[in-house]
Ligand binder design. Structure first.
Ligand SMILES: C[S@@+](CC[C@H](N)C(=O)[O-])C[C@H]1O[C@@H](n2cnc3c(N)ncnc32)[C@H](O)[C@@H]1O
Length: 331
């Protein structure tokens, strides 16, 4: 399990944590999970999703992101080149899926910036980018340091596919600043409210079997108390909580079947996932528009059926949220 420090910042009180923890510290807890991994780590996420009966969730998120980006570029005024920043690019599959969906006349004008803290994943990404002749650069760092590498206001399209939840306080303000006016952010992510409360995590843990389960659960209650919270009232939010539990049961199955432990490629529950409504609120707070004319056009054309757009039929587990940094005159 990850540290409770990784859970959403608004949930710290429920965990008995101090309310002021620097994001730099939180990011270290996430780096411990991701920095040492390679492309096999992401493959495990896909495998666990398939074991849980979903199909390839990461691929679903990537594909919808790519469709949204294709729709954006159709009307986007490209000045010289189209700069696309992939936050948490991992082994390059999100960037590649987007690149493949770009109209062929736009591809030569595009430059992909692949940002990730994992050196090994970026090496795998470079191979994929070269094989496909993508114009790219890699930035081996975490997103909160993006300002060390890029000037503000230069990125046309920023995407985060299954990556920006690796935060307690998601730096939407930084993402906003790095975008050019009129630039667009696309966040395709996992959402649920399990990690918001120790009681929900207790119920989550009850679904698993492990040798010292009884003692473990007792210790959990001793540490965090047994204060119950009710499940979300909306069925799609409740389903998201059930779905994330199924995902981790799938992962647990992989662990049991594997002869060795997964080493630096293991993944840990207890994360910064939060209901998608929080993304919308947090994005609006820093200045993003989620209903700009460009986004409305995407809705009219059916590229997205809502903003946020729901990917699974009855569950808000996988969602794509689009925000535009509107130009001054449009505010
Ligand atoms: C689930 S993978 C997704 C990779 C890729 N976007 C894709 O769709 O295939 C999440 C990635 O986010 C990266 N990551 C974690 N914390 C990050 C941070 N603070 N800044 C940038 N990337 C981060 C991890 O190293 C990992 O490669």
């Amino acid at each position: 399990m990850g540290s409770p420090v990784r859970t959403p910042d608004y949930a710290r009180r429920a965990w008995g944590l101090p309310t002021s923890i620097k994001e730099e510290e939180v990011v270290k807890f996430y780096s411990a999970e991701w920095e040492g991994g390679n492309e096999g780590q992401l493959a495990i996420v896909s495998k666990a999703a398939k074991k849980a009966g979903f199909g390839d969730n990461p691929a679903l998120l990537r594909q919808k992101t790519a469709e949204v980006v294709r729709s954006i570029v159709r009307d986007y005024p490209i000045k010289g080149e189209l700069l696309i920043l992939d936050v948490g690019a991992g082994p390059g599959l999100s960037a590649l899926t987007i690149w493949k969906e770009l109209p062929t006349d736009i591809r030569p004008k595009s430059r992909f910036l692949l940002l990730d803290p994992s050196r090994a994943s970026l090496e795998a990404a470079e191979k994929v980018m070269k094989e496909n002749r993508v114009n790219y650069e890699v930035i081996c760092d975490v997103d909160i340091h993006v300002g060390r590498h890029l000037k503000e206001g230069i990125v046309d399209i920023l995407v985060g596919v299954a990556s920006v939840h690796h935060h307690s306080a998601i730096p939407f303000d930084l993402y906003y600043r790095i975008l050019t006016p009129g630039g667009i952010a696309v966040f395709a992510d996992w959402h649920n409210s399990i990690w918001e409360h120790p009681w929900r995590v207790y119920r989550f843990l009850e679904a698993f079997d492990w040798p010292v389960k009884e003692a473990g659960l007792r210790e959990w209650l001793e540490s965090y108390g047994g204060v119950c919270v009710i499940e979300p009232t909306d069925p799609a939010d409740r389903q998201a909580n059930e779905d994330i539990t199924s995902f981790w049961l799938g992962y647990h199955q992989i662990l049991k079947e594997s002869e060795t432990d997964l080493g630096p490629n293991s993944i840990w529950p207890l994360e910064g996932h939060r209901p998608v409504v929080r993304y919308v609120e947090e994005m609006k707070e820093v200045g993003f528009s989620v209903g700009s004319p460009g986004i409305k056009r995407m809705l009219e054309q059916g590229v997205i059926t809502g903003n946020p757009h729901q990917l699974l039929p009855n569950s808000r587990l996988l969602m794509v949220t689009v925000g535009e940094k509107t130009k001054k005159e449009e505010i």
